[in-house]
Design a protein around this ligand. Structure first.
Ligand code: NAP
Length: 259
């Protein structure tokens, strides 16, 4: 399917690895020029070089922490004529409800709620001016079904979801379409780190932790970054203009809900 977005320009945050990289690769395959971001230069440059070679698109890199004001300033400084925004950052650490401090909550809200909001506020006026834009926020399955040990994530991402619900309807008349993508478990460094936590807490091997989790997923596997990227690219495509303010779950059926 021709996604109809060749020649558009996208900022994909936190995209040297994992789900962000999956989104960047799928957009590049559709002919989209990219601004890629991550904190560590080496993986970021490797990813950029691989994408340039594979897809022949223009790729600009900005090594910066997207969750800080200075980091966002650096990234936004490279953002001329951005039509597509994919927001992403690392997720908050697991823990227990009784231990999290105000500072823990502020850090999670900064990273996973206020950063995507600031990026939308910075880039959507240009999209509105040009009459076309797409925003995909990478959130989490925890928005639909809470994961108790990820309470910081549950809280921050649900806050972002509330902001998007109203704002998506305000900007859609201008051709700017915002949706959220909710990953269930996907085979990335984040999944390895979550499985490591389970392995330590339950005194089981990493393989057993993974096997136990797979048994809870009807698709009987972890998702891949390319599964995720394909859906992201579709939501950024010309075909997605009637999908507004939705929360799309990619979890292999793990969430046991009718709607
Ligand atoms: P990942 O494999 O750990 O990749 C994270 C990517 O983001 C790397 O490129 C990393 O590069 C970059 N990054 C992290 N923090 C950053 C920051 N502050 N500023 C700029 N770049 C940053 O993670 P993932 O699995 O793709 O997860 C992406 C998001 O989806 C996370 O918020 C995660 O919590 C959420 N999620 C993931 C899953 C899953 O199963 N994978 C499930 C639900 C939700 P640097 O380290 O070099 O910055």
């Amino acid at each position: 399917m021709d996604l109809g977005i060749a020649g558009k320009r996208a900022l994909v945050c936190a995209s040297s690895k994992g789900l962000g990289r999956g989104c960047a690769e799928a957009l590049a395959e559709a002919g989209v020029d990219l601004i890629l971001n991550a904190r560590r230069v080496e993986a970021l440059e490797d990813t950029a070089a691989t994408i340039r070679t594979a897809h022949g698109v223009d790729v600009v890199t900005v090594a910066a922490d997207i969750t800080t004001e200075n980091g966002r300033k650096a990234v936004l400084g490279a953002c001329v004529g951005v039509d597509i925004l994919v927001t992403n950052a690392g997720g908050p650490p697991p823990g227990n409800w009784s231990d999290w401090t105000r500072d823990d909550f502020i850090a999670a809200l900064d990273a996973n709620m206020l950063t995507p909001i600031a990026l939308m506020q910075a880039l959507m006026p240009g999209m509105i001016h040009r009459g076309w834009g797409r925003v995909v926020n990478i959130t989490s399955q925890s928005v639909k079904a809470p994961i108790a040990t990820l309470g910081l994530s549950n809280a921050a991402r649900t806050g972002l979801t509330g902001f998007v619900a109203g704002t998506a309807r305000q900007v859609a008349p201008n051709g700017v379409i915002i949706n959220n993508l909710l990953p269930g478990i996907h085979d990335t460094d984040r999944a390895t780190s979550l499985d490591g936590g389970v392995s330590r807490a339950q005194g089981i091997s990493m393989d057993q932790a993974r096997a136990n989790r797979i048994a809870t997923i009807p698709a009987r596997r972890y998702g891949t970054a390319s599964d995720f990227g394909a859906m992201c690219a579709f939501l950024c495509s010309q075909h997605a203009g009637f999908i507004v303010g939705q929360n799309i779950l990619l979890d292999g059926g793990a969430g046991n809900a009718t709607i």
